[in-house]
Design a protein around this ligand. Structure first.
Ligand code: 5GP
Length: 126
């Protein structure tokens, strides 16, 4: 189809993947890159991104040739968490999708939060 305005905007995570802006990488393989969030919400706050561009889980899940990306994304998180001992200590994974969740970067990513006892989440603070 015709390119939409969103397609023409290079997201910050594409710039990181392209090496155009720096990031503190913590894990990488052929399919997935993991790096520290620039505004950490816990003492460990990592972002996991597939190396193939999609906007969110729905775009990632809707295309059958993305099946391997989905598997590799979650396997990367599990492997990283296990290597860090987080499977024993506990951790949280989150993906903000769309307006009501406050998604701010329109490139599929999973947040991993850990390293301390985490607060409740869900409703906006008043
Ligand atoms: P979202 O709000 O879409 O769920 O998550 C986007 C995340 O990307 C935020 O937690 C934000 O701190 C992080 N972020 C935004 N810009 C950058 C950047 O340039 N580098 C890194 N490492 N993280 C970023």
């Amino acid at each position: 189809g015709l390119p939409s305005a969103k397609d023409e905007i290079m997201t910050i995570f594409e710039s990181i993947l392209a090496g155009k802006i720096p990031a503190k990488k913590v894990w990488e393989n052929e399919y997935v890159l993991a790096f520290e969030d620039i505004h950490p919400q816990a003492s460990i706050h990592i972002l996991f991104i597939p190396k193939t561009k999609t906007e969110n889980l729905h775009e990632l899940a809707s295309s059958s040739n993305q099946d391997q990306q989905l598997v590799h994304l979650f396997r990367a998180i599990a492997d990283y968490a296990q290597a860090q001992g987080l499977d024993k200590k506990g951790y949280r994974i989150v993906s903000n999708i769309g307006a009501q969740a406050g998604q701010s970067v329109f490139y599929t990513h999973i947040h991993l939060l850990a390293g301390e006892v985490l607060g409740a989440f869900g409703r906006a603070r008043s």
